[in-house]
Design a protein around this ligand. Structure first.
Ligand code: NDP
Ligand code: OXD
Length: 310
């Protein structure tokens, strides 16, 4: 009965082992680089595992993603097939994402980037923007995070649109689904928020073609995954005025390299993948509870669907 922990940073591995050991005293919890008896390993808890990381363990019952996304697990081309993947989600993560989305949508809505730039120039300019009821915001992805963020935006008074793969009903939100619904959705989004999972279908979705279909001067917030965005297309759309501003929380390479032009782009706001960082103590309680429940019942609500990709 061993759980192994895999994380790119050794100090994080030690931290998770300590937390989980306190919550699961009857289990042996070890780092992936020193697993002990590989046959005894039945669960892997992982963030961004290396390719082939799980091959040495023939008796894995489940892999627990240390996050809501499972793209970092599925990226392993040597992932043992058929091993269930459990997501780490919960009220804490959802609340934090609601806050991030509200913060940045309001910031774009009230044109804070211009006001901040004006302050640096000691320039007094009273900008008039419509009230939220006159502003249309669209959310791509209406799952745990996007669905909840859509409710928050609707409660603030925004004309709120949402787009998902299958049709969703959310009170106060006009919803669209699939390719058929995309045109009607995208053409009205003055502020666009991406909260999609990274899959084959969504990779590179934030590209020149999509930007061209947004109303001129729209802004974009990406808190999904860096690979949703075609970076060169964003830079071009900002330069030629089709987009006015972008807030990016996720990047192709993380941490964002210090020489990356987005750091100093005047119309890009960079946040370091913190839109919704789960509180570590809460996260370990969720991981421990899911492992215990899966061990007892063979099921948890937070199971991802690997064939669907999220
Ligand atoms: P969910 O799985 O709960 O929801 C995913 C949503 O995306 C669903 O509504 C789904 O549609 C929709 N979707 C999936 N594929 C498509 C597609 N091809 N076309 C249209 N819609 C699609 O995910 P979460 O809300 O929990 O998380 C979303 C993502 O947010 C994560 O995968 C992760 O990448 C990112 N994330 C980022 C964080 C950060 O701090 N920046 C923190 C946590 C997560 P349907 O409803 O039909 O299934
Ligand atoms: C997640 C993330 O997927 O933090 O939970 O990005």
């Amino acid at each position: 009965m061993t759980i192994i922990v895999s994380h790119p940073h050794r100090e994080k591995i030690n931290w998770w082992i300590e937390q989980l050991q306190a919550l699961l005293p009857s289990w042996t919890i070890r780092p992936i680089h020193d697993p002990g008896d590989v046959e005894a390993v039945t669960y892997a808890v992982a963030w961004k595992p290396k390719t082939g990381a799980f091959l040495p363990f023939p008796n894995l019952k489940a892999i627990v993603s240390l996050g809501a996304g499972i793209d970092h697990v599925l990226a392993d081309r040597e992932l043992p097939s058929g091993v269930p993947i459990i997501r780490t989600v919960g009220a804490d993560l959802t609340q934090r994402m609601r806050e991030y989305v509200a913060l940045h949508v309001l910031r774009h809505h009230r044109d804070m980037p211009t006001i901040t730039a004006n302050q640096r120039e000691r320039h007094w300019q009273q900008l008039v923007v419509p009230p939220a009821t006159g502003r249309t915001v669209g959310i791509m992805g209406l799952g745990n995070l996007g669905g909840s963020a859509a409710l928050t935006l609707a409660a603030l008074g925004f004309e709120t649109l949402g787009w998902s793969r299958t049709q969703r009903e959310i009170e106060g939100v006009t919803t669209y689904a699939g390719d058929a619904g995309f045109d009607d959705f995208i053409g009205n989004c003055e502020i666009l928020v991406c909260l999609l999972p990274l899959t084959e279908a969504t990779t590179g979705i934030l590209d020149a073609e999509l930007f061209a279909r947004l109303p001129r001067g729209a802004s974009v917030i990406n808190a999904g995954r860096g690979q949703h965005l075609v970076e060169a297309d964003l830079a071009a759309a900002l330069d030629e005025g089709q987009l006015s501003h972008a807030t990016l929380d996720v990047f192709h390479v993380e941490p964002l390299p210090s020489e990356h032009p987005f750091w100093s782009h005047p119309r890009i706001t960079v946040t370091p993948h913190i839109a919704s960082l789960i509180d570590p103590a809460t996260g370990s309680r969720i991981v421990a509870a899911n492992i215990e429940r899966f061990e007892q019942t063979g099921h948890v609500d937070d199971l991802a669907d690997a064939t669907r990709g999220y």
